[in-house]
Structures are given as C-alpha cells and as structure tokens.
Design a protein. Structure first.
Length: 300
C-alpha cells in the first residue's frame, strides 16, 4: 500500500469512532504532515532565531542599560527579548496553520475527510493540537538559543535566565500554548474565509508584525509613542509577551493596566491569561463555526 493510500486509510475513521478518537486521528495526520514538510518547520523557526541574534547583538549595548535600570541589575536585553521571540515563534507556526486547510482543499483531501463521519470540532482541535506540539518544540529551541547567547555574552546561569526556576519554565510553555491558540484560530478563520493562500498570507502578516511592534515585545511600553501605548493596551501580544517575561524575570512587568489584586508576578499572569483565554474562545469558536459552514457547502 502506498504512503498516500495509507494516509487516507488512517484519516478516514469508521462510523463507531468517538470525538476523542477523531481528535487523535486528526492529530497524527497533521503531525505526520509537519514532519514531512521540514521546509515549513525550518522557516517558522529561522525567523525568530534571526530576530533573536540580530536584535541582541545590534541593540543589546544600547538597550541593556535602560533595561537594567527598569528591571534590575540581573536583567539583560537577552532575557528581556527572549519572551518576545518565543511569542514570535508561536505566531510563525500559527501563520501556516490556516494554510494547511487550503492545501487540503487544493489536493482534494478536505472533501475526502468531510464525507467521513469525523466530528467538525475534532478536525479543528486535532489540527490545533498538532500546531501546539510544534510550538512547544520550537519554544524549547528558542529558550536554549536565548540562554546560549546569554552565556556567551556574560556567562549568566540558568537561574539568571529564568529566575522562577523549573516551575517558571513550565509556566512559559503553558503561556505560549494559551497565547498560540487564538492566533492559530485567527489564521484558520482567514483561510476559511478567503480560501486563497496568497490572501491568507497577506492578512495574517498584516496582523502579525503591527501587533508585535505595537506591544511590549521589543521595548518597554512606556517608551512607545502614546498612540502605540493605547494599541498595546488592547493587544493580545502584549499580554502574551508580558506573561512570559514575568515568569522569566520573576517580577510583575504588566504596564498597560494596573493590577494589584494579586501578588508579584501573578498581577501580570492572571490578567494575561484572562485576556488570552477570551481571545481563544472567541476566535476558536469562529473557526469551528466557519469550518462547519465550509464543510456543509462543500459536501452539499
């Protein structure tokens, strides 16, 4: 049996399969496609790595002093910037998520799956979980590279890089997952609406980089122009970056809103998770609804 025939057999569940089985089948299929498409994996990782290397080497000397004055003597521009690059890496995976549906539509695989009894929500969830696994792996790579740069520059220890220890590192992965879901869903929504690879790429990139630069990603929010500070207040990227940064620096770094109901880093993490969770629910719901509509129109 050929590889294509095997994939089709695995992807077409029997009528007795439940939701969890449909999710598992979809997850395995998309993971297999990701492994086979190494060029996409390389592309989604190389851009964040280049940003990390270039920004730390070009702006490290200039920004290092103000960063230490603001956050403390143990904080370097590398530790300040790494959370932003982690989020950028997650967004890179999200960009290609929506394009995956378009690839299936062009190849005819989308219609083959639709005529099977696969649950529409399982189609979305299984694909999202495959994206999450890729994001977790790439987050780990970015953290390793970030620490390597810190060690080469100053000989800093791991505890200096992530000041909240093992728990903080695990928290970083959790925050990145929560953050990635809304952007992945947004990419899927755009793809299902436009049904065109070029249009999807344009609309996703038009959102990605403006949101990155109009946030706390590369400089403290208070150093941005006033209008960008307003944008940063409602920008999900700000909350994702600040939540990761709070875990890495071990301190409250949220500047767009003043939260004092909790203690220390939780004044950043709790509101960030709430904001990102709302974005996940809204955009995830939209993606599932649109997937159902597209499926109905194609089956009909």
């Amino acid at each position: 049996m050929s590889t294509t025939e095997t994939e089709r057999t695995v992807e077409r569940p029997t009528a007795g399969n439940g939701f969890s089985v449909d999710v598992w089948i979809t997850l395995k299929r998309w993971l297999r496609k990701t492994v086979r498409n190494s060029a996409v994996v390389f592309e989604t990782l190389i851009t964040p790595v280049i940003f990390l290397l270039l920004f730390t080497q070009v702006f490290g000397q200039i920004a290092g002093g103000p960063i230490r004055e603001l956050y403390g003597a143990n904080v370097t521009y590398v530790t300040f910037l790494t959370p932003a690059i982690v989020i950028l890496s997650a967004m890179g995976v999200g960009i290609h998520s929506g394009m995956g549906w378009l690839g299936d539509m062009e190849s005819g695989m989308f219609e083959k799956i639709l005529v099977s009894p696969t649950h529409r929500g399982a189609m979305f969830l299984g694909k999202s979980l495959a994206d999450v696994i890729q994001i977790v792996v790439e987050t780990g790579v970015v953290l390793v590279i970030g620490y390597t740069i810190l060690w080469l520059d100053s000989g800093g220890s791991v505890s200096t890089f992530i000041q909240t220890g093992i728990g903080g590192m695990l928290g970083v992965f959790a925050i990145v997952i929560v953050f990635s879901l809304w952007f992945t869903a947004y990419s899927n929504v755009v793809a299902l609406v436009t049904k065109d690879v070029t249009s999807t790429a344009i609309w996703v990139y038009l959102v990605q980089y403006p949101l990155l630069f109009a946030s706390s990603a590369f400089v403290p929010v208070n150093d941005l122009p006033k209008w960008m500070q307003i944008v940063a207040t409602v920008n999900p990227v700000t909350y994702g970056v600040d939540a990761v940064r709070a875990l890495m620096l071990g301190q409250n770094v949220l500047a767009v809103i003043d939260v004092t109901a909790f203690s220390s880093i939780w004044n950043t993490i709790v509101p960030a998770v709430v904001v990102l969770g709302v974005c996940d629910l809204v955009l995830g719901g939209m993606a599932v609804v649109l997937l159902g509509r597209v499926a109905s129109s194609r089956v009909g």
